[in-house]
Ligand binder design. Structure first.
Ligand code: NAP
Ligand code: F7E
Length: 339
């Protein structure tokens, strides 16, 4: 009998890679998409006519994390062995503008699924929760499973609620529930308003004379950036380890937004010279002497997470997981696909 997996957030970056991975492993994969006014399935459409997987084992259902009835209906219909909750309002900056919606989906949405699993009678369902390095906020790097959470946004606060709900349902009701505390991970499928994709897309458009300038926010925050392909692999390993537990998934290397911009621009064929300070800092292309990068305060956050470096020793030891992609490989992959 094929194992059945249900992915909330299947239309997102991670959901689409996870669906491919589980199909390759022989799962019957069900995904939940929310209603949008224009199609939101472009990251998974290829699965339906791929020669690598059999699309007869891939199914989509309409549902929404803010709608308990839809969650109950889908779980009851699909009767899954494993649920991966990757659905979220995942943009940190936007969570400052829509805090209530972000909390409803990210925090209560997770609780809604856990509550259904707790009362589910037909089988024991394993549950994976997409927790985030943003939860560490102000805590100094390197961060591991024992580091305290000091969230700096409602996005992070909502993820801390979800994290603790998972631990609580595991301890109080013996649910096989796990948190993957994933540090930033990117890919060609990354949303266009996250900084890595914005930088690569922007610089390539400038190179091709389709855009004049790339406007960024804080260049000095540091992130531990991995590749989404590596990270979805960890999700499956976390959920399929005998003992349910929580794991940090990261590369243990950290770069600033400025470092990322420098590496990507070199690969794309620019030689950037930085001039000025603060909001007046600009990136000038030395070949043409034109300013191609400037800073705008609208992209800064009210409170920033300054430095994230994940210590993934526990995942390495217990799950035998480690990242395959370096930052260089990640940027190459993103540039190649963007072209
Ligand atoms: P993403 O590309 O933004 O995908 C989020 C998914 O959630 C999309 O499928 C989205 O649907 C869906 N969604 C949003 N609101 C929903 C709702 N109300 N009901 C049902 N589905 C909803 O995010 P990602 O980068 O793949 O990240 C996956 C998960 O990991 C998220 O929970 C994120 O917070 C978390 N995380 C991400 C990172 C990272 O660096 N990528 C790191 C740590 C944790 P649409 O396609 O319709 O928008
Ligand atoms: O910002 C700075 C910004 O939006 C990274 C999500 O997947 O990872 C992601 O959250 C850094 C921040 O990702 C711009 O201030 C500068 O310091 O790409 P980002 P994020 O906020 O780290 C975590 C782990 C998640 O869980 C989230 O779901 O880049 N930055 N200039 C900018 N950021 C954006 N978006 N746009 C800029 O123009």
């Amino acid at each position: 009998m094929k194992k059945v997996a249900l992915i909330f957030g299947v239309t997102g970056q991670d959901g689409s890679y996870l669906a491919e991975l589980l199909l390759k492993k022989g799962y019957n994969v069900h995904g939940v998409k929310r209603r949008t006014s224009i199609p939101n399935t472009n990251r998974v459409d290829h699965i339906f006519d791929s020669i690598n997987f059999s699309s007869k084992y891939f199914h989509l259902h309409h549902g929404d994390l803010s709608d308990s009835g839809s969650l109950y209906r889908i779980i009851n219909k699909v009767n899954p062995d494993e649920i991966y909750n990757l659905a979220a309002q995942s943009h940190v900056k936007i969570s400052f503008q829509i805090p209530e919606y972000t909390s409803d989906v990210n925090a209560l949405g997770t609780l809604r699924i856990l509550e259904i699993i707790r009362h589910y009678k037909r089988k024991k369902i394993k549950f994976y929760q997409a927790s985030s390095s943003e939860m560490y906020g102000k805590s100094k790097p390197p961060q591991n499973e024992k580091t305290i959470f000091q969230p700096r946004s409602i996005y992070a606060v909502s993820k801390v609620f979800a994290y603790h709900s998972v631990v609580h349902y595991r301890e109080a009701y013996n649910v096989h529930a796990c948190n993957g505390i994933l540090f930033n991970h990117e890919s060609p499928r990354r949303g266009v308003n996250f900084v890595t994709k914005k930088i690569i897309q922007g610089l390539l458009r400038i190179k091709n004379k389709k855009q004049k300038i790339l406007v960024l926010g804080n260049l000095y925050s540091k992130r531990d950036w991995g590749h989404a392909r590596d990270y979805v692999d960890s999700m499956w390993k976390i959920l399929n380890n005998k003992k349910p537990d929580d794991y940090v998934i990261a590369t243990n290397k950290s770069y600033s937004v400025k470092d990322f911009t420098d590496i990507a621009s070199k690969k794309i064929g620019f030689k950037i010279k930085w001039k000025g300070k603060g909001l007046k800092e600009v990136g000038v292309d030395s070949t043409t002497n034109k300013t191609i990068i400037r800073i705008d305060k609208k992209y800064f956050r009210e409170t920033e997470v300054d430095n994230l470096i994940g210590d993934f020793k526990k995942a390495k030891k217990i799950l035998n997981w480690k990242p395959k992609f370096s930052l260089n490989n990640l940027i190459d992959d993103m540039i190649k696909n963007e072209i």
